[in-house]
Structure formats: C-alpha cells, structure tokens
Ligand binder design. Sequence first.
Ligand code: GDP
Ligand code: IMO
Ligand code: MG
Length: 423
Amino acid sequence: MFTIITGAQFGDEGKGKIVDLMSGEYDVVVRFQGGDNAGHTVKVGEDVYKLHLIPSGFLLDSRVLIGPGTVMNPEVLAREMDMLAEGGIELGPGKLGVDAKTSIIMPYHIELDGLRESLRTEKIGTTKRGIGFAYIDKVARDEVRMSDIVDRDKFLQRLAELAPQKEVAIKELGGDPSMVMDKNLIDKYLKLGERFAPYITDVSYEVNKALDEGKNVLAEGAQGTHLDVIHGTQKFVTSSSTVAGSACANIGVGPTRVDSVLGIVKAYITRVGEGPLPTELIDEVGQQIQQVGREFGTTTGRSRRCGWFDLPLLKKAIYLNGYTSIALTKLDVLSDIDPIRVCVSYELGGRTVAYPPEDTSELAGCKPVYEDLAGWQSDLTGVKEFNDLPQAAKDYVLYLENKMGVPIEYISVGPAREQTFKK
Ligand code: GDP
Ligand code: IMO
Ligand code: MG
C-alpha cells in the first residue's frame, strides 16, 4: 500500500502528529520535498520531538528515508540525530537512509537566502534556511549532492568548481564572499560527509521494492498545498512542489502505485510569513486561537497568523491533491468560540466566487462570505470517539465534511498520539 500525506493549507496542519500515529502501519516513511524549513512536532506521553528533517515516522518500527527531491542541511540532520540519541533513540543506517541524489544545503545557500530576503522591498518571510537557493542550484545543475559530500576529493573538486560563481553572487548582494571557502565550514562538511556515508541509499529503488514485496509505504509531505511553488500563492510560497503528485516525481515511483492520499486539515487556518490570507483574524478571537492552539512557528518561532476555515482554498487543495480522505486536526482549539465562522465563498470585484482566483494579487483582494455555526463550551481534549463530542462540534465536523465532499477519516483533539480517533 502506498499512501501520500500532504498539508492542505499553509503548513503546520499537524502532519507530524498524524504521520507518527499512522507510521505504526507502515514499513517505510519517506520525506519527498522541502528541507529544514519544515518543523514537525510529535508528542508521545510527556516527550515532545520537534524535527525538521527526520521523517515523523522515526519513533515506531518504520524505516525512515530522506528522498532525492528534498534539500538537506547535514548539520541539521546531525543535530537532530544527536538530540534523539541523547534521549536513547539511535538512528543507525538500518533505520535511516538518505538518497545519493539529495541536494545538500551549503552555508552559502543560507547566506544568499538571508541577503536576498533583506534586500526585497516586499518580503516573502522565508525561514532563511537556504531552501530557495538550494533548489535554484538543483535546477541550474550546480548542486552539491549527498554522494559528493561523502567523498572528500569529489566534494573539494565540486566546491572549487562552484566557488567563483557563489562568491560573485554573495558579493553582488552585499555579503562577505570569503565565507564560501571558509576552512572551518569545509572541514565541518567533510566530517559530516564521513558520518553520513553509511546512510546513502537509492530511495526510488527501496520504495518500489518495498511495494513489490507487499509492504506499506507512507510519503510525508512538508509545508502545505498553498505554499506549492507552482500552484500556491506566488510569490509567497516555498521553492518545492508540496502537492501529492510531487511525491511520485520526487521519490521516483509511478502514479499507478498510489492507493490513498490523506489531506491534513486544521479546523481553522494559519499562515507563517507573508502573503494573502483572506479569513485572517486580527481581533481577540484570532488571539484566542493563537494562544490556545500555541500557534508559533516550530522553525522560526514566529507567531502564526490565524483565521477562520476557508472552504474555497480547501476546495482548491482537494483538486490539487485528489484527497481520498482527510484528517481534521486541532478541533479542540475552537472550544469556547461562538459563533464559529466558515468562509464559503469570496466577494471579488462585485462578484461572488466559490473558488480562489488564479492570481495571488486577486486573492489578496477577496472578501470572505461566511456562514455561522454554533460553538461549544466544553473541553474536547479528553474525547476518545466521535459520538462523545458535543453536538455542536459534531455538527461542525459534519458540516465541513459535507462541504468538502471528502470523508473525514481522523479527528485530532490535542497534540498527543492518544488524542486522535477515527471518525
Ligand atoms: P506540521 O508542520 O504539519 O507537522 O505541524 P506542526 O508540528 O508544525 O504544528 C502543529 C502543532 O499543533 C504542533 O505543536 C502539534 O503538537 C500541535 N497539534 C497537532 N494536532 C493537534 C490537535 O489536534 N490539537 C492541539 N491542541 N494541538 C495539536
Ligand atoms: P511545515 O512542514 C509553514 C513558509 C515560510 C515562508 C515561505 C517560504 O512545518 O508545515 P522558505 O524558507 O520555504 O523559502 O519560506 O514558506 N514555510 C512554512 N510555513 N510551515 C512550514 O513547514 C513552512 N515551510 C516554509 O514561512 O512564508
Ligand atoms: Mg510545522
């Protein structure tokens, strides 16, 4: 069985939590795009893991893979592995694999990301992890690959070839070009290369072989649908394709092998960084959602902007991903809010539209049209099954399911693994 999971909104929908939960049924969990701009939180008992690169299926028995479509900062990977090892979780080469073709995020990518963002008159609000610049190099065929850093001579040769253009680029943006060939940084990468040599694998081969053997594979998306580099709210997007189809192309597995596509959907909406968010709440309700939902970025610590559930954007996410089912997360956060509003369409230039306009600048001008639903006043965090939800919460879930036209499979009412049930 091959399942793809993606975020249906602007990221931070709770993908990490659901992947952890589901990984019990999967032999392989594989990250297929993005890098350490992602921040995925997994909570089990009192233990909270905040990870950026290691797939969220690491706690159970699955093998976890970092696919060739990702951009990988080896320093971050090493830090995460060390942090887990301190807690007694060793990720050896039998547990974790990194594709030989994975693009490496180099220190100059991070430098360039910061310089470019600081010079932008209209900011994107990137995570400054060098993601965009690593992808530029992948497409320009100037990347450093995983297979390069594990081979000292190859790495040094590649760096010598690339350094002149990177130095020019940094200088042009007003930075210090000497960092490109900084001896300490190079030594650090060489050491990391040595450490990761045993982890190199061919992810496409592993995944296809596992499927041939009747095993279960879960593809874990990062970011969210509307941050997709092609279909998202350009230019306020990330630099990779975040939609479900991207899993096939990036892992190297045919679309005919996909069995199910699960969309992770927050019971409201959040966004970190710049860009349009038609239902954004800049009032006390927005503050309440932010406080109760602890809506602060896992990667940058920035406050996440919060808003009401946006059906037009969700409808687009369903088209872009072809979801077969949905996991609805953070329902508990909406307790004590009355009424709960759902955006069903937008007013745009005198028209009412039920689907987002194709142009981002037009989305920014959309005025939401709401339907109001009754709220509930009780705490949901201890609820264990659908029938035990208060009637108003059940009505909210059923209303969304009906409007989305896709079955809600899971409901999440708290950050912990146990705070999830099947609908
Ligand atoms: P991801 O990037 O999609 O993996 O999501 P993040 O981990 O960045 O953000 C989701 C946050 O919400 C994390 O802190 C989770 O622990 C937390 N979370 C996940 N599901 C729920 C839920 O149902 N209720 C509450 N209150 N918190 C949740
Ligand atoms: P997870 O996987 C939310 C946002 C950044 C910025 C834009 C571009 O945790 O859901 P980038 O550094 O990727 O070039 O920044 O994308 N962004 C995210 N927002 N969750 C994420 O990941 C994100 N990864 C990137 O805030 O607006
Ligand atoms: Mg996150």
